[in-house]
Design a protein around this ligand. Structure first.
Ligand code: ADP
Ligand code: MG
Length: 245
């Protein structure tokens, strides 16, 4: 069953075609990755899915309903959660307050319920001991986990992550992989991951979409993508050795 779909998306910025006729389909509970070189249009696609960018053509469909022109906050309430490539936290708020801003988008929770939901997610993300800490006192890696917790605080059906492993050390990447695996297993969450860490992508993704210069050049399983000549020449490179999957 399809939960999120982008159909024939076109997006231009002036003379630049950031996305040309791009399709993406995500099934319920599926783990999908979007890969490709810098400037390929990955973040733009996420922005179109979440309402931060309006496509020039094409449709975004969530749970069978067209949401192409729907405002971001309403999409979040309808089941989309996301994090950003260049982390966004509220520097003057502590961890709990940051996560509560995510839960508050639901718009139907009392202050006490907001706290409860947020503390639950914080614990789930392994951040319980940091709940009252100022964001500024946390390591970069923990701050990124706070962002993830904030996105989860709205209980999304689909979680969209823009390079969540960038800047993390290998221990933190392993932890992130564990958390994402757990989220999927426990909550049946569908995940759309943009990532350059191929070990992580090949370990997690069931289906991979490859963008290059705004076009989808391949789509398939990790094994198919790692053997695809177009992907090897555009992105993975001739010296690419199969990631351990
Ligand atoms: P990726 O995430 O794959 O690195 P992006 O989606 O960020 O790629 O960018 C795709 C192309 O669109 C790039 O050439 C980028 O410079 C351009 N672009 C993205 N957002 C904007 C914007 N708001 N205004 C103008 N150009 C943009
Ligand atoms: Mg990007």
């Amino acid at each position: 069953m399809t939960v999120l779909e982008a159909r024939n998306i076109h997006k231009r910025y002036g003379g630049l075609a950031a996305l040309t006729d791009v399709d993406l389909t995500v099934s319920k509970g599926q783990f999908v990755a979007v890969i490709g070189p810098n400037g390929a249009g990955k973040s733009t696609l996420l922005n179109v899915l979440t309402g931060l960018a309006m496509p020039d053509e094409g449709q975004v469909v969530l749970g069978g309903r067209a949401i192409t022109r729907m405002a971001t906050n309403r999409r979040i309430r309808a089941g989309l959660g996301r994090t950003f490539q260049h982390g966004r936290v509220f520097p003057r708020l502590n961890v709990l307050e940051n996560v509560m801003t995510g839960a508050a988008i639901r718009g139907d929770l009392s202050e006490a319920a907001l706290r409860e939901v947020s503390m639950e997610v914080i614990a789930q993300m392994g951040l319980a001991e940091d709940a009252d800490e100022a964001i500024g006192s946390l390591s970069y890696g923990r701050r990124r986990m706070v962002e993830l917790a904030r996105a989860l605080a709205c209980r999304p059906q689909v979680l969209l992550l823009d390079e969540p492993a960038a800047g993390l050390n290998s221990g933190e990447v392993d932890q992130l992989v564990d958390r994402l695996t757990e989220l999927r297993a426990r909550h049946g969450l569908a995940i759309v991951l943009i990532e350059h860490n191929m070990g992580m992508v090949m370990r997690l993704a069931e289906r991979i979409f490859v963008l290059n210069f705004g076009c989808k050049i391949a789509e398939g399983t990790p094994a198919e993508i790692q053997a695809d000549p177009a992907v090897l020449s555009a992105y993975l490179g001739e010296g690419y050795v199969h990631a351990d999957v």
